[in-house]
Design a protein around this ligand. Structure first.
Ligand code: 26V
Length: 819
């Protein structure tokens, strides 16, 4: 059998079968007859991996020979999901592999389903990083992801009596065929210790970092293939290991116990992903993780640079480093330390190189999520970096005072150090001062950054600020997640959309074509059936694929207002059970999402929704029109099933709180209509698809601000004056949804009425209920609905992460595709 075509492995069915059998026998040592589904997963994955690596070598050669500029995307999170299906899809080998395996009696779908997601992220920020890697590889941009190889990813979610229970995600338990460790490229990272204030021979101040403890960072590489397979980049994740030299030293002192203890603590660094994306708790281990990661990344990046060049002045021409939020912002101090302490560059030169190298992306407007580290903690973990941060701040404030003499208030507001009972380092200020670019992730978000979150910095450096509206990769989120829709689209307009999503626009020509609309809705119907099966197997709720699938799937946060959705359901339920009004459109309400383990209100919201589900689904009359299902353990692979089956996409955050949202884009692309507020990228989706093809409701940012500032938000008035609102809230103060646990949900009544509801649920409730009626009316007219669906799909082209990445490449990184 012919195995090679030139330097490349063959991709015929025969060759693929041979490859699988080879790996099964010789790599895994398994007899075909005794192979389990997991063995097959491994054998198939290794066969795919062979094909990735040969392209990875080609890509590296191309980059090296071109002396190209490289982009490093530093992120504490990469929410990759499953690799096999995506790699097959991007290599365009899915169908060949499927038939090759079929002939061997193996079902490819089944093989994929038995594998864990790579859930090294919490939500939007981590998934965006994963989409960006796909786009960089597809566009042929030399882009590398850098992150942490967490041993445990995001927790697994189960429900126990309606409450969220977390279990650990031991995703590497059975190994990972996609990762290759590179112990020969490990790096040493010093921690803790003290600064000795010494002078050099010339008498100049020469601080020495002494008595540090050493940790080893071992890189693990994961190949990232672009669509078409021309480019394979890498995602490099670091695992922490204890340094042997260090252990030996202690060991020689005879303190065996200490040696073992330290081994445990250094390996703990990459043990687990922090499962919160909301509250910055300021934990020591988190700071240690952030520093460990950037120290490894900077060493690695510098080493790669030095393999081709020797003059750091051209570093910014050859390297761009993008900070995914402030989590890797210490990289700025670490790079300064590297240039000044290790490479003996003068401060000014080092600073100019640093500033020209880094870019910073902000992903949140919520003050609770902004990172601030106590100076005392930093002094303990990274004493030299704290010193450097102080020096950056001293020079920065000196410049401010020169420009605006006497403006003490300005100095206080922009300082990297927040004064107060406990002095803290403001990581966003460090990131901004050390970068040449600061960007938000949707037009509205960037405006709010400039004018509300960071107005003083905007006044200082208006040109640094820019917008990069998020996007999602159409390969995973359309081609792979929705094969039915993808092939229908390809049949009508060709397959150019896979690389250039704007081509979807051509679908508009078919918006009136009954035959096309029928086929489109048949695809949706098939996806709904698939989703219904999943809802039954995972949430034990029987649902009718003919009902309207109304989906709210994302992290559980007060600002995302799952509670507002719950109020709508309760309203419907009460209309049926008390007013005897039956909705014309039966609905299935689908929820999915995890709550941070320490976020009590979010966990209560989960319990509430599960309790509402129990009551509604059991009510003999209500269940004829309504079903509520909370699908557990939301993750990338579950999103791939839920999103294509949705009719209605709920994007109902309080205006001014959701930086962008990316689920909103995935749903629209898959032919769901959006019901949304004027928030984040919803506004841009509205502008693209047209006001008449989206359901927009509620207060906008100015309206919410007026409520906040005017102090005229009086939820009691709303409660007293609107009988339906009163009835909904009374259901919570009563025990309608918690007959066995009286008083369980009365907090909601109090929270929305007495407490300061900073997310203004009641302010938007009546317009939300109204717009939902409009949704119903529209859904009844199947043809009209289908027309809106086409308009949505056809106009989501701009929300491809390819567009986003091309903008980063052009405006921030100064790189161009190297295909
Ligand atoms: C914050 C924290 C706080 C400390 C503990 C760990 C941790 C981890 C992550 C975060 C920040 C989360 C920010 C985030 O995910 N933002 C989301 O970013 C998406 C991509 O830009 C965007 O679409 C969402 O609107 C935004 O909420």
């Amino acid at each position: 059998m012919k195995l090679y075509d030139g330097m490349r492995l063959m991709n015929t069915q025969e060759a693929l079968q041979g490859s699988v059998i080879h790996h099964l026998r010789y790599t895994l040592g398994r007899d075909w007859k005794k192979a389990s589904i997991r063995d097959l997963y491994w054998a198939v994955s290794l066969s795919v991996r062979d094909r990735l690596f040969e392209r990875l070598f080609e890509t590296e050669n191309r980059y090296r020979q071109g002396g190209v500029k490289r982009v490093y995307y530093l992120s504490m999170e990469f929410l990759m999901g499953r690799a096999l299906g995506n790699n097959l899809c991007n290599l365009e080998l899915h169908d060949t592999f499927k038939t090759a395996l079929e002939e061997m009696g193996v079902d490819l779908e089944e093989v994929q389903e038995c594998t864990a997601d790579a859930a090294l992220g919490n939500g939007g920020l981590g998934r965006l990083a994963a989409c960006f890697l796909d786009s960089m590889a597809t566009l042929g941009i030399p882009g590398y992801g850098y992150g942490i190889n967490y041993e445990f990813g995001h927790f697994r979610q189960q429900f126990c009596k309606g409450y969220q229970r977390e279990t650990s995600d031991n995703w590497l338990k059975r190994g990972n065929p996609w990762q290759i460790s590179r112990p020969e490229e490990a790096c040493l990272v010093p921690f803790f210790g003290r600064i000795a204030h010494t002078r050099d021979k010339k008498g100049d101040y020469n601080p020495m970092w002494r008595d540090w403890e050493m940790v080893v960072g071992v890189p693990f590489d994961m190949p990232i293939v672009g669509y078409g397979g021309q480019t394979v980049n890498t995602l490099r994740l670091f695992s922490a290991k204890s340094s042997e030299e260090f252990d030996v030293e202690i060991f020689n002192d005879g303190d065996y116990h200490e040696a073992v203890k330290n081994k445990i603590s250094s390996e703990n660094i990459s043990k687990v992903l922090y499962p919160s994306d909301y509250f910055h708790a300021g934990r020591l281990l988190r700071l240690v993780q952030e520093y460990f990661f950037v120290a490894c990344a900077i060493r690695d990046i510098a080493q790669t640079f030095l393999r081709s060049f020797d003059n750091f002045d051209i570093f910014p021409d050859k390297v761009a480093i993008q900070l995914n939020d402030t989590h890797p912002a210490l990289a700025i101090a670490e790079f300064m330390r590297y240039l000044v302490d290790e490479k003996a560059l003068p401060w000014e030169r080092a600073w100019s190189i640093t500033e020209r190298t880094f870019g910073y992306t902000n992903h949140t407007l919520l003050p609770e999520a902004l990172e601030k580290w106590p100076v005392s903690l930093m002094e303990f973990v990274v004493p030299r970096h704290l010193q450097i941060i102080y020096e950056i701040n001293r020079r920065f404030l000196e410049q401010i005072t020169l420009q605006w003499p006497g403006d003490e208030e300005l100095v206080r507001s922009v300082s990297l150090i927040e004064e107060g009972e406990e002095k803290q380092v403001r990581m966003s200020h460090l990131a901004m001062v050390g970068s040449h670019s600061v960007n938000g992730v949707a037009a509205l978000h960037t405006e709010l950054l400039k004018n509300h979150l960071l107005p003083d910095f905007y006044r200082l450096w208006p040109k640094k600020f820019n917008n990069k509206t998020n996007g999602v990769t159409p390969r995973r989120w359309l081609l792979k997640a929705n094969p039915g829709l993808a092939s229908l689209i390809t049949e009508v307009i060709g397959d150019g959309w896979i690389r250039d999503l704007r081509k979807l626009k051509a679908l508009e020509a078919s918006a009136e074509d009954s035959e096309f609309l029928k086929r489109l809705m048949a695809v949706k119907r098939a996806n709904k059936e698939r989703l219904a099966a999943r809802i039954w197997s995972d949430a034990y709720v029987r649902v009718d694929p003919d009902s309207l699938f109304d989906v709210h799937a994302k992290r559980i946060h007060e600002y995302k207002r799952q509670l507002l959705k719950a109020l709508h359901i309760v309203h419907q339920y009460l209309m049926i059970t008390e007013d005897d009004i039956c909705p014309e459109v039966p609905r299935t309400f689908v929820f999915a999402g995890k709550a941070a383990p320490g976020y009590k209100v979010a966990k209560q919201i989960i319990k509430l929704i599960n309790s509402i589900a129990t009551v509604v689904n059991a009510h003999p009359k209500a269940r004829r029109f309504l079903r509520v299902a909370f699908v557990p353990d939301y993750r990338v692979s579950v999103a791939e099933k839920i999103i294509p089956g949705a009719d209605l996409s709920e994007q109902i955050s309080t205006a001014g709180t959701e930086a962008s949202g990316t689920g909103n884009m995935k749903f629209a692309m898959n032919g769901a209509l959006t019901v949304g507020t004027c928030d984040g990228a919803n506004i841009e989706i509205m502008n693209e698809v047209g006001r008449e093809n989206i359901f927009i409701f509620g207060h906008d940012v100015a309206g919410i601000r007026a409520l906040r500032e005017g102090r005229d938000y009086n939820p009691w008035d709303i409660y007293e004056n609107d009988p339906s609102v009163k009835r909904i809230l009374d259901a919570f103060s009563g025990n309608l949804f918690c007959p066995e646990d009286p008083g369980l949900f009365s907090w909601i009544f109090e929270h929305l009425l007495y407490g300061r509801d900073t997310y203004y649920h009641l302010a938007d409730l009546s317009s939300y209920l109204l717009i939902q009626q409009e949704v119903d009316r529209c859904f009844l007219d199947t043809r009209k609905w289908a027309g809106h669906v086409v308009k949505n799909i056809a106009n989501t082209g701009t929300f491809s992460s390819d567009r986003t990445i091309l903008e980063y490449a052009r405006d921030i990184w100064g790189v161009s595709p190297a295909l």
